[in-house]
Design a protein around this ligand. Structure first.
Ligand code: HEM
Length: 426
């Protein structure tokens, strides 16, 4: 069999399927063969060109004209007829936001909306993050055992995200379900029956986002990034368009909370499975920011991102035809030994951890990265101080099957409440 560029497809490339177990369990490991032998290959099962090496991925991120981000939020599995009908019933019209907008529209828009991400603006959210984490910790501290994902890793980032956006903190459970539907809809491979259910969730999410937006537009301007957007939409409707507002309302709720929730769960899993490293953080909390960064490299919450070739172009010596769809497995790039020494080791002293690709790179690089980092840092600070004797329970981790968003669905930990430091020194 031949790839669209006329070259033969190797057996491993033919067999690759990101929805199979190996990729779902450990995407970087599942692509080790590719990093070593065939760093750019066509996957007939996916219909994408898969890119697995650090330098190639970075080169793609760097050139967003040749490599358009327009397909970043496209359904990776096309909708069935039935699912399409459901989406149409909800008048679903998710289109361009920031992350999937081409130039020059993207930069014009991004520039208008940067203010909310200044270091001072972000620092203003820190006390709330700490208060939320503390309250959640208070609720479990005497219990001795908890699933941290269920108890707080999803809810705190969601609350922070809504606060950052200025969106009312209502219907949290519903928003969590909506986000799962959005992830499956965008990056999953739902079965024909699941497709309809997922489309219902996505349709309702679209409707909900529209309703919240209208409510916010009618009010006097409040605090939050969505209010900034509404204001810019009034001033410069050709830059911050109406459809952008509605699409962004839906996409950003997910972008700002799932990513951080999953990253936090990944970090706790990695650190707690290395008790010596965890103890080091408990003794030296100033190491926490570097540890969080290394966790983002080693086990990021976004593991793959997409681009479309706008012309025929060579990547790593392989010709990708015009319109070729590309899956950059950033998790694989983050484990590329040509950039990271002993890449599979979690080394909190690594001096180039920050070069990781988990936030993307270049002109679309994650705008919320410092908010995500701050939340991870505060979670780690509070836990290492209040529950330094925390232990990871023996467990099978499960993941929502999809190409891009990754983190355990549950994270069971235990500790002995009698040994809580707060108890010992009153
Ligand atoms: C874009 C990851 C948290 C807002 C992105 C991209 C990735 C990403 C991979 C695409 C980058 C590219 O194309 O080069 C993450 C991860 C997070 C996180 C791993 C947490 C650990 C957040 C938060 C917010 C946010 C908390 C909002 C408050 C955005 C926005 C963009 C973006 C607005 C689009 C930027 C643009 O296209 O110009 N993020 N994100 N993210 N992220 Fe995040």
């Amino acid at each position: 069999d031949l790839a669209p560029n006329g070259c033969p497809i190797s057996p491993r490339a033919a067999a690759f399927d990101p929805f199979d177990r190996p990729y779902q369990l450990d995407p970087a490991e599942a692509l080790r063969w590719s990093r070593e032998q065939e760093p750019v290959f066509y996957s007939p099962r996916l219909g994408y060109w898969v890119v697995s090496r650090y330098d190639d991925i970075k080169a793609i991120f760097r050139d967003n004209i040749t490599f358009s981000p327009s397909i970043a939020l496209e359904k990776i599995t096309p909708a069935s007829k039935e699912a399409q009908a459901v989406l149409e019933r909800y008048d679903y019209g998710m289109n361009r936001t920031l992350v999937n907008e081409d130039e020059p529209a993207h930069m014009a828009r991004r520039r208008e909306l940067l203010e909310a991400f200044s270091p001072e603006a972000l620092e203003a959210h820190a006390p709330m993050v700490r208060r939320l984490v503390r309250e959640k910790l208070d609720a479990i501290v005497d219990r001795g055992r908890a699933d941290l994902v269920d108890e707080m890793f999803w809810e705190v980032p969601l609350t922070v995200a809504l606060h950052f956006l200025g969106v009312p903190e209502e219907d949290m459970e519903q928003l969590r379900r909506f986000s799962v539907a959005h992830t499956l809809n965008t990056w999953g491979r739902p079965s024909p029956e699941q497709q309809v259910e997922v489309a219902e969730g996505v349709g309702k999410f679209w409707q909900y986002s529209g309703e919240v937006l209208v409510k916010m537009q009618r009010q006097t301007r409040g605090k939050g990034w969505m209010y900034d957007m509404i204001e810019k939409n009034r001033q410069k409707p050709d830059v911050v368009t109406d459809n952008y507002l509605h699409s962004m309302m839906m996409a950003i709720i997910v972008a700002a909370h799932e990513t951080t929730a999953l990253a936090t769960a990944n970090a706790f899993r990695q650190l707690l499975s290395r008790p010596a490293v965890w103890d080091e953080l408990c003794d030296n909390p100033e190491l926490i920011p570097a540890a969080a960064e290394e966790c983002l490299r080693h086990s990021g919450s976004v593991v793959a991102w997409r681009r479309r070739a706008t012309r025929e172009v060579a990547v790593g010596g392989v010709t990708i035809p015009e319109d070729g769809k590309i899956l950059m497995v950033t998790a694989s790039g983050n484990h590329d030994p040509s950039h990271f020494e002993n890449p599979d080791e979690l080394d909190i002293y690594r001096d180039n951890a920050v070069d990781h690709l988990t936030f993307g790179y270049g002109s679309h690089q994650c705008m919320g990265k410092n908010l995500g980092r701050m939340e991870m840092r505060i979670f780690l600070e509070e836990f290492t101080r209040r529950l330094p004797h925390l232990e990871l329970e023996e467990q099978e981790f499960t993941f929502l099957p999809n190409t891009s968003f990754r983190g355990p669905e549950a994270l069971w930990v235990r500790w002995d409440p009698a040994k809580n430091p707060e108890r010992q020194d009153p």
